[in-house]
Design a protein around this ligand. Structure first.
Ligand SMILES: O=c1ccn([C@@H]2O[C@H](COP(=O)(O)O)[C@@H](O)[C@H]2O)c(=O)[nH]1
Length: 273
């Protein structure tokens, strides 16, 4: 999917919500556990119930890898289902990859070619040659960690290196990389006060923003400081939506939570544009 197509979807749906598909077998409704592929059945129900309210789905691959080959097959069925049934939806493999160049190329093939995700998250720690193999794929997007939502973000990311905070160095340096137009960045919703500075460095880039809902970040604060002329934000909520209920009404309740977020987003968009 191109960035322009993503922007169009945001305008059509009046939403910039990314629903996180972080499936934990201990948290899903018990009746699903009797089915052959409970993870896929859970995802399918959530996707069918929320697809008109969101512009993206973000499975975190950890929640699939944890179940071995069966989990990976559930991930594959989930991405195929989204691509076949709702092809206008942007897909994010939250895998946080990155390695020496030839290894990164294989990671990129796995997520962009084999699984056919629109985007994958990567870590910047290994630098340019670990990220550029992902950027080489046309109409695919590489979402690099910049300033994460967790407390540990302050261990390294905000340290000053050569007179500048590390997360700012990461953003600035990444703009010099080949095919950097294919970059987006992860910035945590719990760090709303940093968005103004981040927008000075990457005014036009899309930011994937996890950390609302269960982690306590504020949607309105993020929008106040982080929105650009194309919205430029994908706000993720995982547990706050998919685990709204663990009963037979789980999909209905997930829809209700997604609708609350979409309506808040619609309100913000209508005020701003
Ligand atoms: O800085 C980061 C980067 C990634 N995540 C991931 O996003 C979701 C958040 O889930 P919630 O249940 O809405 O808290 C999850 O997959 C994280 O691994 C993040 O939270 N922060």
């Amino acid at each position: 999917m191109t960035t322009q197509q993503l922007i169009e979807q945001i305008k059509i749906k009046k939403s910039f919500l990314a629903v996180g598909l972080d499936v934990d077998l201990d948290k899903i409704p018990k009746h699903l556990l009797e089915l052959e592929d409970p993870i896929f059945e859970f995802n399918k129900a959530i996707i069918d119930a929320t697809h008109d309210l969101c512009v993206a789905y973000k499975p975190n691959t950890a929640f699939y890898e944890a179940y071995g080959i069966k989990g990976w097959m559930s991930l594959q069925k989930t991405i195929n289902y989204i691509n076949e049934t709702y092809p206008d939806i942007f897909t994010i493999a939250d895998a946080k990859r990155g390695d020496i160049g030839n290894t990164s190329s294989m990671y990129a093939k796995a997520f962009f070619e084999d699984l056919n995700f629109d985007s994958v998250t990567v870590a910047p720690y290994m630098g340019k040659d670990s990220v550029e193999p992902f950027l080489a794929f046309e109409n695919k997007h590489t979402i690099m960690l910049a300033l994460t939502s967790n407390e540990g973000a302050f261990d390294f990311q905000t340290l000053t290196v050569d007179g500048k905070e590390l997360y700012k160095q990461v953003l600035e340096t990444s703009k010099t990389w080949k095919n950097c137009e294919n970059l987006m960045y992860v910035v945590g919703a719990t760090k709303a006060e940093y968005f103004t500075e981040i927008r000075k460095i990457v005014p036009d880039s899309f930011l994937l923003v996890p950390g609302v809902g269960a982690q306590g970040g504020s949607l309105s604060e993020v929008c106040k400081y982080g929105m650009n002329a194309n919205v430029g934000l994908l706000i993720n909520s995982s547990r706050g939506i998919i685990y709204a209920s663990n009963g037979t009404d789980f999909a209905e309740k997930a829809r209700a939570e997604a609708l609350k977020m979409q309506q808040e987003m619609e309100g913000i968009i209508s005020l701003k544009f």
